[in-house]
Each structure stands twice: as C-alpha cells, then as structure tokens.
Design a protein around this ligand. Sequence first.
Ligand code: AMP
Ligand code: ZN
Length: 474
Amino acid sequence: MQLYNSLTHKKENFKENVPGKVNMYTCGPTVYHFAHIGNLRSYIMEDVLEKHLRYSGYDVKRVMNITDVGHLSSDADTGEDKMLKGAKRENKSVMDIAKFYTDAFFEDCKKLNIKTPDVVEPATNCIDEFITMVQGLLDKGYAYVAGGNVYFDTSKLDEYYVFNKHDSEELMVGVREGVEEDTNKRNKNDFVLWFTKSKFEEQALKWDSPWGVGYPGWHIECSAISLKHLGEYMDIHCGGIDNAFPHHTNEIAQSEAYLGHKWCNYWFHVLHLNTNSGKMSKSKGEFLTVSLLEEKGYNPLAYRFFCLQSHYRKQLVFSYENLDGAATAYDKLLKKIAALNPCDSDELDMAAVEKLQGAFKAALDNDINTSLAVTAVYDVLKEKTNDKTKIYLLNDFDKVLSLDLIEGAKKLDENKGEPAELDDFAKYVEEQIALRVEAKKAKNFAEADRIRDELASKGVTLLDTREGTKWTKE
Ligand code: AMP
Ligand code: ZN
C-alpha cells in the first residue's frame, strides 16, 4: 500500500512497525460546539483509511482523544478557551457542554457510518499522564517555567518545522484570532505545556500540579494520550491539514524530546472542505451540520458519497449544487443495486471476484483513491456476471466504503412496496410528479397545485427536497 506522508512529502510504501499491526491515532473533536461537515470530511476519510487497513488484513488499534480542555481560540496559546466560550454561550458548565457535544459528535459519526475508534479518551481523564510528561520534559531540559506557566523550549531542537521544510505552501497556520504576544516565551515558537497563570481567571477546570493549580496545553494531550494507549511507537497519525502546524509540529517536538527517538512514521492529513467564502470553521459561528443536511432532506450517506468522490489530499468545495449531484448519483446507484435479482442456486464467479476485488484494492492501495474505489463499484454493476457475484462484491467493498449499498437498496425496495398494483400506482405518482415539475418550471403554479391536490385526494403526500420531490402514501 502506498500512502502519502506529510512528513516526507512523498507517497511511500507503507510499512508497519510490528508486522501485521497498525497503531493509529486521530486528533478528536474540540467539543464546544457541533462538528461541522468539514470536520466530518476529515473523519470520513480517516475512517476509510482505517477500514482499508483492516480490509487488507492489518490488526488496527485506533485511538482518539476528545479535547475538553486547553484548546484556545488560536491554535497557538492565545485567545479564549474554546470550552469556556461554549459554556458561556449556552450558560452551562464546561462538563455539560463537553458531554452534550461529545454525544452529538458520535451521533453524527453514526449517521455517516464512521466507526468509533477502539479507544476514545477525553483529555480531562489523563491529567496525571500530562503532568508526568511535562515533568519529564523539564527534567530533560526541553522545558522551562516562566511567569508561572511551563513552556516547551523549541530552541533545544535541531529541527522544529518538520512539516513545512520542503514546501512552505503546504503549511497552513491555524486560525489566529486576537493573537497577543506572550512575553514569557524565550522563543517565538515556544508553546505552553501547562498553564497556571493565564488571563482566564475564571477557567472552570483546574488541577493541582507541581507548578501550581492550572490546566494542560492542548498539544500535550495528544502526545500523552497516544503514549498511554499506543506506546512509544506509532504507525499513522491523522488529522485535518490545519492541525499540521502548530498542533502536530508541537506533538512531534514534545513526544520525540520526551521519548528520545522517532515517534510516528506516517502523517495522514486531510485537506479542507471549503465553502465559496473559504475554509469552513466552527469559530466563524455559522456552519453546516449533519442535522441541517437532514432537515433539508439529504441522506447523510449522500454526504459520505460526496466526500468519497474526491481525493482526501485535494480541497473540496461544498455547495448544494455539488451535493445535489452526489445525492442524485447515490440514489441512482442504490436503484441499480435494488434492481439486482440474485439467485441462490447461482455459483460465485470467482474470476470476476478476483478481478474486481483486485481493482478495488489497487485503488485504495494507491494513497486511498476513494473516487477510483467508487468507480470499482460501478464496474461491478457493469460486469458480465451473475447478480449473486455482484451482491457479494458490493457487500465486500462496503466494508470499507460504508455506503449501506445493500441495506440502502433494500430500503428503497421496501419504500416502493411489493404488490404489482402498487407498482402501477407508483408509476402514476412518479408521472404526476414529473408533470408537476414541468408545470413549476413553466411557472404554471396553478397546475402544479392542482396536481398536488389531486395526489393528496388519493392519499399521497409530497415533500419537496433538494434531492427532488419525495412522496409517501397513507
Ligand atoms: P476541531 O474539532 O476543531 O479540533 O477539529 C476536528 C478535526 O477537523 C481536526 O482534524 C481538524 O483538522 C479538522 N478540520 C477542521 N476544519 C476542517 C475543514 N474545513 N475541513 C476538513 N477538516 C477540518
Ligand atoms: Zn491532536
């Protein structure tokens, strides 16, 4: 398998540390608000990576943190604490906010068929581990205390900018709002490991430490949590590209300084989901959530399909037109699958299985090329083979793609109903809907309303969504 490594800026042959096992870490959400569909793009693509590794036979252990303390408004050490901002906004306690948005995050993941990592660890569970690591860094001379806080001393490293040395274009600095200079820092890039003195007098969560009552910096949590659950060597670390600097750069600095050896071999960064006005971000206030898409009539899996159609290392522009395109294609795909009619007595066509599985695996082995993997799904439908083989392959590919290919198609079938009379009736309704669309296009709203009323008199309710008109029958 070839994987692009942000550390070397090259596609590399993937080689795990311990044969057959993959240790994988994902930066989890900062739970002060709902995840937006940009965040979820990252988690969808990481989910595909994890599932492809499992599909390829690796025994994967994946760990994710939940950032419920320490992440300030700027990814550097300035600005308001994000959790505190959420608590103030909703007049709730920080822990209530954390619980509410952690649950909401996993509900969104479930709707998008994103598997929950093997270990999910909130930062507030690991204060002892953070303190041990910060103390270790002080003992080794990589950290210093100034103005009550503990800082990492980046001047002690031979190389600090590990990601952007080859191509500064690829460096994306986190959103910086109201950056103020911290005069305690010896070097511009030094970062806080432990806060005691800060401008957040009302910081809700504080813990005792050798340096006074305070709270951890954001970066230390991922280093310490991964060390706790994955040990000293890691295969793959994932995150959105905005995390490369400063977050991941700082994780590498402190982990390698603490451990005294190379820590993580592959860095998998997902490029952003953008809107026409730039990167989608929580801090901008208004953003798109999975629930909002549902309210507008979209199946969340149409969004997953939309994401899979493009490569994770390309920026993806979100617009309803683009999503509509994906939703229509997804719907058509399910309809084609629903039309398959497998026969129990048919034999699996092993030649077709091998050929098509080979193409599917090759697509994902090539740096997780999901759009080619989706093409492999269409190739299954086009293949001259029996439907039993097709269903077998679709089930197999869906272990990685998680698009509910078979389940979704079954649901379509159920909605259509079985009896022949109803099929004729469904045909009639679809025709009337098409006529109504034409009428609306011609601005003949009286005719459009007449069709709606006539259908209503036959017990049919119409629902206009962005994916087209849907209907239900009493
Ligand atoms: P946060 O909850 O802000 O800590 O972010 C959670 C994850 O979403 C991180 O891996 C971020 O890098 C990623 N992320 C943030 N904004 C976007 C975006 N617009 N598109 C894709 N991923 C993003
Ligand atoms: Zn992290």
